[in-house]
Write a new protein. Structure first.
Length: 396
């Protein structure tokens, strides 16, 4: 190898191999196989294709090979394998940076060395020294990287203390157990309070019923009203007039807002969504009033307070009552638990309570197909078609 520049194989359009200036560190040998195979190269050639002097493979555009930069003969190509170059070393020598070299065939290399042998040896020594310095630099960088990786691993071990993690997990587990126990105790207290409240309400209703019955009997005895007449005085008519545009809704979850105005706005929003599910978009709720005293812990209250919804007209109220049964058919949301009925007066509630008691008693005696419609207990029938005619049978 003499000083100068090296080339990579490429095929120009004119048929002659073109050269690209790159660097190489290949040392030529006086005993190169090309010397003994120079006359046998033609048997590996195909047409104008160039072949390697050493092994005879055809040199294509993508073949890693070098051509003599002095004579540029078509038979002066040598592949990287015959030159003893690995792919990585070949690519590194062809990089743009570094000293510029040339590769010569055996004949040209001998001629150049004969003219200036000392110069060729000097450049080869410089190139070998350069490669040694590059190798030392690479080994130094590799050692530095290993040290940094060891430091990073030690820091990660300090931050990922497994015992600390286990301690935190244990504390979290204990906190979850405590929260579950508190929740269970709270549910028990709420259930107990609800049962007591229902018993108190039932007791009050019984006392009110007893008082009403006493008042009715005394009025009848004194001749104010006749026995058996309905207690439908002026106060009762006024109560019915107040309730003609309102309905009672059970099962709507209570708002957790602090301000009463915010809670009422949220209830009105929920009622608007309910009216949409009932196909009553033209019905407008003007008021939403929660009946009864609000519990301090309204979020955990087992049974929400009923809502008195006031609409704009009596016709709107009737439409809501007639569509109320459709809530049971809605799959999405919690509408299946919502129940709507008319806003009854105290007297009407008492009459309905008596009817429900009669309905329960008659069903217990074995009667079927009974239903409470309005203020009457009726028996429902279904039609059965037969070959002899139409039959009616109670609907179960």
């Amino acid at each position: 190898m003499s000083s100068g520049r090296a080339v990579q194989a490429a095929k120009p359009s004119s048929g002659r191999k073109s050269t690209v200036n790159t660097k190489s560190s290949v040392a030529s040998s006086s005993s190169s196989p090309a010397t003994t195979m120079k006359h046998s190269v033609n048997k590996f050639s195909a047409g104008n294709a160039s072949c390697c002097q050493g092994c005879g493979i055809i040199v294509a555009d993508d073949t890693r090979a070098l051509q003599c930069d002095r004579c540029m003969g078509a038979d002066t190509w040598k592949c990287a394998s015959c030159l003893g170059l690995t792919d990585d070393l070949y690519d590194q020598l062809l990089a743009d940076s570094g000293p510029k070299l040339r590769w010569f065939c055996d004949g040209c290399d001998k001629m150049v060395l004969d003219n200036n042998p000392a110069r060729g040896d000097d450049r080869l020594d410089k190139l070998m020294g350069l490669m040694e310095r590059v190798l030392e630099r690479y080994q130094h960088l590799e050692a530095e990287l290993d040290k940094k990786f060891d430091i990073i691993e030690e820091k990660l071990k300090d931050k990922c203390d497994t015992s600390r993690i286990a301690q935190l997990e244990s504390r979290l587990f204990e906190a979850e157990k405590t929260a579950a126990r508190w929740e269970q105790d709270l549910r028990s207290e709420v259930t107990t309070s609800t049962i007591k409240m229902e018993a108190c309400v039932s007791n009050l209703e019984q006392r009110m019923t007893s008082v009403e019955a006493t008042v009715q009997s005394r009025c009848a005895a004194s001749g104010i009203i006749k026995a058996g007449d309905h207690f439908d005085d002026e106060d009762e008519r006024e109560e019915k007039e107040k309730r003609k545009t309102s309905v009672i809704i059970h099962g709507v979850r209570e708002s957790d807002c602090e301000l009463p105005a915010d809670r009422q706005d949220e209830d009105l929003t929920v009622l608007a969504a309910m009216l949409h599910e009932l196909d009553c978009d033209e019905v407008k709720a003007t008021q939403a009033i929660r009946l009864g005293k609000r519990s301090p812990d309204a979020e955990n209250e087992a049974k929400p307070r009923p809502i008195k919804m006031v609409v704009e007209s009596e016709d709107q109220k009737i439409k809501v009552i007639r569509s109320a049964k459709n809530l049971r058919l809605v799959e999405d949301g919690a509408w299946k638990k919502v129940f709507i009925h008319q806003d009854l007066t105290l007297k009407e509630r008492e009459e309905r309570r008596n009817l429900l008691t009669q309905l329960k008693r008659r069903r217990g005696e074995g009667e079927t197909g009974l239903a409470l419609v309005g203020n009457k207990i009726v028996k429902r029938f279904i039609r059965l078609e037969s070959q002899q005619g139409t039959l009616t049978q109670p609907k179960y």
